[in-house]
Design a protein around this ligand. Structure first.
Ligand code: KIV
Length: 293
C-alpha cells in the first residue's frame, strides 16, 4: 500500500466515524500514527503526550489512551538519578524503549536520541536512529536543536525514520545555557526559534516539542506550522501537551517549575504503603493465616 493511499484511507475512516458517531479522532483510532496526529491538528483536537521508561507504566498509559509516549532521556534524571540528561547512554535508552514498546498497542512511541549520539555528524546520527528503530520497535525518534542539526535530521528522514524536533529549552545543552530558565524571551532568540521551527517542518519533521518558552511565542509557532506543536511550559495555544510522568504523578519531589501540574503525591502514598508493610512484617501481622500455604 502506498503512503498517499494510506493517508486517504485513514482520513476517510476517521471522517466516516466522526460523521456517523460524532466521535473524536482520539476515540475512533486504533493505532496512533504520525498521520493521525496531523489529522488531530487539522481538527483542532489536542494531543496528549507523557513520558514512560518501563513496561508497567507504558501499559497503564497505553490503556488510558494516551496519544504519544515519549521514552525521554529524562530517564537519566528520574530513573537513574543523574543531575542532567547528558550521562544516559544509547544502550540504556534502548533498554528503556524496548521495555516501553512491549507494553504498548495503541500509542505512538517516540524515543529520544541521547546526547552524543547525533551531534558529531549526520552518518553517526543515522546509525543511532537506525539502532533505536531496529532494536526497540519504537516508531519515531526525537532530537534537540534547529539549523545546526539539520544535516542529521535530513539523513535520518531519508532512511524513512520519523523525526520529532525539540526547541526552546533543550536540556542536552544545559552547560551551554547554564540554567533551566525560560528560553527565547529576547527578540533575537525568539526569531531564531521561529526560523528553526520552519526549517524543521520543511525538512519533514512530523511534530515539534517546544519547551519552556513564552506562551505567546509558542502560540505563534503553532499557528504558523502545519505539523503538530507539543508544548511543555509553553502555554495552551499549541496542539498538545507533554509532561514527565514521574513529575505529574508526584514521584519526583524536588522539581517544581510553574508549568508542572501534579495530579498525585505518589511519593507520600508509596512511602505510606511501604511504612505500613514494614510495620506489618515487624509485628508479625503479615502474612496471616489466609496468606500462607
Ligand atoms: O526527555 C524528556 O522527558 C523530554 C520532555 C521534557 C519533552 O524531552
Amino acid at each position: 500500500m502506498n503512503f498517499k493511499y494510506l493517508i486517504v484511507n485513514i482520513r476517510s475512516f476517521v471522517t466516516y466515524n466522526l460523521k456517523t458517531n460524532a466521535m473524536s479522532v482520539h476515540q475512533v483510532i486504533k493505532r496512533v500514527t504520525t498521520h493521525v496526529l496531523y489529522e488531530m491538528k487539522l481538527r483542532g483536537e489536542k494531543i496528549a503526550m507523557l513520558t514512560a521508561y518501563d513496561y508497567s507504566m507504558a501499559r497503564i498509559l497505553d490503556q488510558s489512551e494516551i496519544d504519544i509516549i515519549l521514552v525521554g532521556d529524562s530517564a537519566s534524571n528520574v530513573m537513574a538519578g543523574n543531575e542532567t540528561t547528558l550521562p544516559i547512554t544509547m544502550d540504556e535508552m534502548i533498554y528503556h524503549a524496548k521495555s516501553v514498546v512491549r507494553g504498548v498497542s495503541r500509542a505512538l512511541v517516540v524515543v529520544d536520541l541521547p546526547f552524543g549520539s547525533y551531534q558529531g555528524n549526520s552518518k553517526e546520527a543515522l546509525t543511532s536512529a537506525i539502532r533505536i528503530m531496529k532494536e526497540t520497535g519504537g516508531h519515531a525518534v526525537k532530537i534537540e536543536g534547529g539549523k545546526e542539526i539539520l544535516e542529521s535530521v535530513n539523513r535520518i528522514l531519508s532512511a524513512g525514520i520519523p523525526v520529532m524536533g525539540h526547541l526552546g529549552l533543550t536540556p542536552q545543552s544545559i552547560h551551554k545555557f547554564g540554567t533551566y530558565v525560560v528560553r527565547a524571551r529576547e527578540e533575537a532568540e525568539a526569531k531564531k526559534l521561529i526560523e528553526d521551527a520552519h526549517i524543521l517542518e520543511e525538512a519533514g519533521c512530523f511534530a515539534l516539542v517546544l519547551e519552556k518558552i513564552p506562551a505567546k511565542l509558542a502560540a505563534k509557532v503553532a499557528k504558523e506550522l502545519k505539523i503538530p506543536v507539543i508544548g511543555i511550559g509553553a502555554g495552551h495555544e499549541v496542539d498538545g501537551q507533554v509532561l514527565v510522568l514521574h513529575d505529574m504523578l508526584g514521584i519526583t519531589q524536588e522539581f517544581s517549575p510553574r508549568f508542572l501540574r501534579r495530579y498525585h503525591n505518589l511519593f507520600e502514598e508509596i512511602k505510606g504503603s511501604v511504612k505500613a508493610y514494614i510495620k506489618d512484617v515487624k509485628t508479625i501481622d503479615f502474612p496471616n493465616e489466609k496468606e500462607q500455604y
